[in-house]
Design a protein around this ligand. Structure first.
Ligand SMILES: Nc1ncnc2c1ncn2[C@@H]1O[C@H](COP(=O)(O)OP(=O)(O)O)[C@@H](O)[C@H]1O
Ligand SMILES: [Mg+2]
Length: 327
């Protein structure tokens, strides 16, 4: 397998706004990779740079072995791009539009009919192929956008939030279509929803505030999470006293403890969550603290956070200072 998309130290400033901060990642041939991150993370910016619509401030991006800056024509020929807001010619009929776009993408005239027929079928547009695009529902227009990206049968597809604004049945259909592209095409699709990417993609690249926070297969991400076990304790100050806030503060000072949260369980019992700082293991220190203060302890266990939790933490910037899984 070779890298079909290669992004190295990509940086983009919009005036004073740093939208991309030395982002690096690769997408191997034939894979479907999710580009996951909250709104404003820098997804669309990255995809626009990859498709040659926007120059980067610094760094490098290559698609199918071509540099997007110096070889943009070859890059555009290798890519089918579905932007965030699909620009469509509302006064054209679906098949006219696809034929027109196929022409612009250098599909030879003799092959255009076949290309349009194949794409219409692939994108479930057969029923509406003679309709005016302006009269189609959002879901159908989205599919026309996808069909446009596919019509010249490019090796690489770059899809920016392809299911946004669709209803559940339409989302299902678009997901199925994207999954059916695996192997034959290399796909990079952006989304702000983890479950979206989990269902469609084999790998994920997580971006937050312009930086790549994690990447890998879902199994790899889970394995990395296993090193980041959170310690859960149930303690009671006993006769030694000390309020909940004081207990939480004491735990936070233990070597290897990162952020600490707590909640009251009633009758003086407190449930405390201690996230480790980086890959540290604070368990022994936590137990020593309990013993030293003479608190009562009825539970101490380790918990692996879920991917969803990790994503929320990255999104909230909480993982920013912690050790990041899988570079
Ligand atoms: N044309 C632009 N001019 C100025 N700032 C922009 C422009 N486009 C995007 N940004 C800013 O860059 C950051 C990344 O935006 P974007 O790439 O659209 O993120 P995403 O697609 O992940 O929501 C945001 O802070 C956004 O406000
Ligand atoms: Mg976007």
């Amino acid at each position: 397998m070779s890298a079909m998309i290669e992004v190295t130290d990509l940086t983009k400033w919009y005036g004073p706004t740093l939208a991309l901060d030395r982002a690096s990642f690769t997408v191997e041939e034939g894979q479907i990779v999710g580009f996951l991150g909250p709104n404003g993370a820098g997804k669309s910016t990255t995809l626009r740079i990859l498709t040659g619509f926007l120059p980067a401030t610094s760094g490098q991006a290559c698609v199918a072995g071509h540099d997007v800056l110096t070889d943009s024509l070859a890059v555009r020929r290798s890519i089918g791009y579905m932007p965030e807001n699909v620009p469509l010619y509302t006064e054209m009929r679906v098949d006219e539009y696809l034929r027109f776009r196929a022409g612009l993408k250098d599909v030879p005239a003799s092959k255009r009919r076949e290309a349009v027929d194949r794409t219409v079928q692939r994108c479930w547009l057969t029923d509406v192929r003679r309709r005016l695009i302006g009269q189609l529902s959002k879901g159908y227009r989205q599919r026309v956008g996808l069909a446009e990206a596919l019509v010249a049968d490019p090796p690489v597809l770059i899809l920016d939030e392809p299911t946004i604004g669709l209803d559940p049945a339409q989302i299902q259909a678009v997901r199925e279509l994207i999954r059916s592209l695996a192997g034959k095409h290399t796909v990079l699709l952006s989304s702000h929803m983890l479950h979206e990417v989990e269902r469609t993609c084999s790998r994920v690249v997580i971006i937050a505030e312009g930086r790549i926070a994690a990447s890998g297969t879902f199994d790899e991400l889970r394995e990395n999470l296993a090193d980041r076990q959170r310690v859960v304790l149930e303690v009671h100050p006993g006769d030694g006293g000390g309020g909940p806030a004081e207990i939480a503060r004491a735990f936070a000072q233990v070597a290897g403890a990162g952020d600490v949260t707590h909640k009251n369980l009633g009758e003086g019992w407190l449930c405390v969550h201690v996230n480790p700082a980086g890959n540290a293991d604070p368990r022994e220190g936590l137990y020593s603290m309990v013993a030293k203060r003479g608190w009562r302890l009825r539970e101490m266990r380790s918990e692996v956070p879920s991917l969803e939790e990790l994503y929320v933490r990255i999104t909230a910037g909480e993982a920013a200072d912690a050790d990041r899984p899988a570079a």
